[in-house]
Write a protein that binds this ligand. Structure first.
Ligand code: FMN
Length: 189
């Protein structure tokens, strides 16, 4: 018997970040589905201000991640001490076999970063539904904005905003605590 597809709420509740990936490639068919989820997401006025830079070159990802991590360690060593150490190749993109770098057109509407968040969410959920693990990453922007733009030819009129790392999670990954708060819903009757 085939396993039933998880419903969307279960996907949201059960997903957690992975910060150490196995080296297996994500097949093109899945890369296309994941990117299609991002591209198909809604945006204010349907302006579609996001450009998706998908990198399947793991060597390039690791090399870039190492360079950015070095700068991060110089500037904010504490930032990395919170990530459980489980022999990652680097602690920016975690050696992910697929990285999707999200860039936002700078001249867009004021909602463009909200549009980006919605596209990120779609990508996370479709990747998870295909059996992959994910991690959204802002540290690439914080410590290596220019390096990422140069590495992928992101032009001046686009703002590199976030990377989503995707792949199969290594069994060596030590899951971080990620309880959700329960005091932030107000129902007005
Ligand atoms: C916008 C955004 C940026 C994030 N940036 C990073 C990052 O740079 N590095 C990292 O390891 N995790 C990053 N995360 C992952 C969060 O730390 C993680 O989602 C949170 O701790 C909850 O854990 P969970 O996703 O496992 O439930 C980011 C998440 C979001 C939504």
């Amino acid at each position: 018997m085939t396993k039933p597809e998880p419903d969307v709420l279960s996907l949201i509740k059960n997903r957690h970040c992975c910060r150490k990936f196995l080296p297996f490639e994500v097949p093109d068919e899945h890369v296309e589905k994941i990117l299609d989820a991002g591209r198909s997401s809604c945006s204010a006025l349907n302006l579609q201000p996001i450009v998706f830079y998908a990198c399947k070159d793991r060597n390039k990802t690791v090399e870039l991640g190492r360079r950015i991590e070095k700068i991060g360690l110089e500037q904010m060593p504490d930032m990395f001490s919170v990530t459980p150490d489980c022999g990652q190749l680097e602690k920016i993109f975690y050696g992910a076999p697929l990285c999707i770098h999200f860039a936002v057109r700078k001249d867009g509407y004021f909602t463009r970063y909200i549009d980006c968040g919605i596209a990120v969410s779609s990508v996370l959920l479709v990747a998870e539904s295909l059996g992959y693990s994910t991690c959204p990453v802002a540290l690439g922007k914080l410590f290596g904005d220019q390096m990422v733009c140069e590495a992928f030819g992101i032009p001046e009129d686009q703002d590199y905003s976030l990377t989503v790392c995707i792949g199969q999670c290594s069994p060596e990954y030590i899951k971080a605590d990620s309880d959700r708060r329960d005091d932030n819903i107000i129902i007005v009757e």
